[in-house]
Design a protein around this ligand. Structure first.
Ligand code: SF4
Length: 336
């Protein structure tokens, strides 16, 4: 069951603290800073949404929680603290062996595009068996298959799916099989990286409903990443909005949709197409996305912001709490 806003602001309920996280990539034209000095708290038992345009750094940030960064990238600075037995461990300081045990067991991840997450030459059944045996080597295979079938059934897949190879399944089936696999070790925290993007609308709706039901039944903490704000409104308790590697606003779904503060969040919401309004009423975001290798000075949104003023190009606004847990990084606002 979700915890309420009052409890959520309690420091002791924070299960994951990200502090000062900066991630860079070496690319042909230079150094690209994909995540720029990010602080983020995730509270136990909540579903936190992470949204922003493609390339804003949301997937890079989410993957880094498991210390997963592409080979041309590196974590330049920061801490990722996960609460275990009332103490925080820094995931970035775990050895490879500790990290191997930690992944799937404490935090699991459903990557975007299930096909590339499965080994194409082994059956679904063996993905479940290998994952469990990697953590609990004595576990009986029959028992693993029994749990796997139950999980597949929860995601409305026939238990015979367990004997299929990934290429023998449709995209929707693979995505659901991958989501089932992510639950096999009963993790405390699950990262869902655009889990519904490649699916048809009906399967999307079904998966969202199912994840919500699982969350209500188990109280599992989830981080849900998508560029689709409407999907986040359906499933999340709170949302964080990212722009060019920075988190610019964090609030409850109600705060973000009914009382957005940051001009970028407002622009994103105005760009959502409406089925009741003519297409001409659509307000695309102003101006092009800046070159991430040469981001604008000060507030990175300032070249596109209709409310910019002198200070905006001179200094980067910090994420401040406006009260009630609504945080914004914009010079228009003062800390409460
Ligand atoms: Fe706009 Fe300035 Fe706020 Fe940036 S800091 S969003 S440029 S008003």
């Amino acid at each position: 069951m979700s915890i309420n806003n009052k409890e959520r602001r309690n420091e002791k309920d924070i299960i994951l603290k990200i502090r000062g996280l900066t991630i860079e990539f070496r690319v042909t034209r230079g150094i690209l800073r994909a995540v720029d000095n990010v602080d983020l708290d995730v509270y136990k038992g909540e579903i936190l949404g992470l949204a922003g345009e493609s390339g804003c750094g949301k997937s890079v940030l989410a993957h880094a929680i498991l210390n997963l960064v592409d080979p041309n990238g590196y974590i330049k600075s920061g801490q990722i603290l996960f609460k275990q037995n009332d103490e925080y461990i820094d995931i970035l300081s775990l050895s490879n062996e500790e990290l191997r045990k930690f992944r799937w067991d404490k935090i699991s991840i459903v990557f975007q595009g299930a096909m590339s997450s499965f080994n194409p030459v082994i059956k679904i059944k063996d993905h479940f068996i290998d994952t469990v045996k990697d953590h609990e080597s004595n576990k009986n295979e029959e028992e693993i298959v029994k749990i796997a079938k139950k999980l597949l059934k929860d995601f409305r897949l026939d238990e015979q799916v367990i004997n299929l190879y990934p290429h023998e399944m449709s995209g929707g089936m693979r995505q659901r099989a991958l989501a089932s696999l992510s639950f096999i070790l009963n993790p405390e925290f699950i990262i869902l990286d655009e889990p519904t993007t490649a699916l048809d609308v009906l399967t999307q709706k079904f998966i969202i409903k199912l994840l919500r039901e699982i969350h209500e039944k188990t109280g599992l903490t989830m981080l849900f990443i998508t560029h689709d704000l409407a999907t986040l409104a359906e499933i999340t308790d709170r949302m964080a909005i990212m722009y060019l590697g920075n988190i610019v606003e964090i609030g409850t779904v109600r705060q973000i949709f009914y009382d957005p503060k940051h001009p970028y969040t407002k622009a994103l919401l105005q760009a959502i197409p409406s089925i009741t309004k003519p297409l001409e009423d659509l307000n695309p975001l102003p101006g092009p996305v800046p070159d991430p290798l040469n981001p604008p000075s000060g507030c990175k949104f300032h070249p596109r912001c209709p409310l910019r003023f002198k200070a905006c190009s001179e200094s980067r606004p910090k994420l401040i709490d406006l009260g009630d847990g609504h945080l914004v990084a914009c010079h228009l606002y003062k800390r409460n």
